[in-house]
Ligand binder design. Structure first.
Ligand code: FE2
Length: 276
């Protein structure tokens, strides 16, 4: 017998802090519901495929005894936007006291959260506003209670950023689409009288779903898109020093730096911003 697909059914489930108990409740509910609506045999096995992050989110959503809506159609399919989950997880990882200075940030934990997310364009596309006339656009996703800046950057084909520093902040970059090439340079010698080309430390291409870390102690860098289509990346800056105080950009031929007061955003929370 082919089972009918059912519309999502609103139910209330008792609060539980155990994902296993919670999944078991969902499985039992779907099984019973399917039996009553399709005359399917009760012993029909039912699998519940829910990722770890989704389970955590679902358990959290039960706090306050709210009603949860989901559908039963052979599997218990729970449609969770994993990108939104990542945004929340990053904010949570920064916590109530961390992120205010550069020293109390657990970069490993933040990196792992970014690595765990598998890019799905449908989940982040509303933030990714590109503009081929610019090297790249900065699209604000979240400000992490004022402790960070989370941005989706859309890189125009064949273009990129100038060489820049990071205002004594941590920068994590996850590639959401395409490839991005990163060229790192040594900080120019501030005491040097003359002008000389900047020294390249390394160059590598980051591919979709990879995560890269950058900070001033590693030098300065430029990022560019060598591809023929737009590339997209997710950037976490903590603390949000560059958004507040700007950054420096560097001339690769002379090593001379100049201060950029503010790196403006092209859009915020999925809405295009007016030109400043
Ligand atoms: Fe950067």
């Amino acid at each position: 017998m082919q089972y009918k697909k059912h519309k999502p059914i609103p139910i209330s489930i008792p609060i539980s802090d155990s994902p296993i108990v919670f999944c078991s409740v969902i499985a039992t509910f779907c099984h019973e519901s399917r039996h009553h609506q399709t005359s399917a045999p009760k012993q029909t096995p039912l699998s519940v495929n829910i990722g770890k992050m989704a389970v955590n989110s679902l358990v959290k959503s039960l706090v306050g005894n709210r009603t949860l809506t989901f559908g039963c159609n052979g599997n218990a399919n729970v449609d969770i936007n994993q990108f939104e989950e990542l945004v929340l997880a990053l904010k949570e990882a920064l916590g109530p006291s961390s992120g205010l200075t550069s020293d109390d940030v657990d970069v490993k934990q933040l990196t792992q959260l970014m690595l765990d997310y598998k890019s799905n364009e449908k989940e982040w596309s509303r933030f990714a506003m590109g503009d081929a006339s610019r090297g790249y656009t900065r699209n604000l996703v979240d400000e992490g209670n004022g402790k960070s800046n989370l941005l989706v950057l859309v890189w125009s084909p064949g273009k990129g950023s100038p060489i820049h520093d990071h205002g004594n902040a941590h920068c994590l970059m996850k590639i959401l689409r395409g490839n991005l090439t990163e060229t790192r340079y040594a900080f120019p010698d501030e005491n040097s009288e003359g002008e000389e080309p900047m020294r390249v430390i390394s160059e590598r291409t980051h591919r979709e779903n990879e995560v890269a870390y950058m900070a001033d102690e590693l030098g300065v860098h430029r990022v560019w898109n060598q591809g023929s289509d737009f590339a997209v990346s997710l950037h976490l800056y903590t603390p949000p020093n560059v958004a507040r105080g700007g950054c420096h950009i560097f001339n690769p031929e002379t090593g001379k730096k100049s201060h950029v007061k503010k790196c403006g955003n092209y859009s915020a929370y999925g809405r295009l911003l007016k030109e400043e």
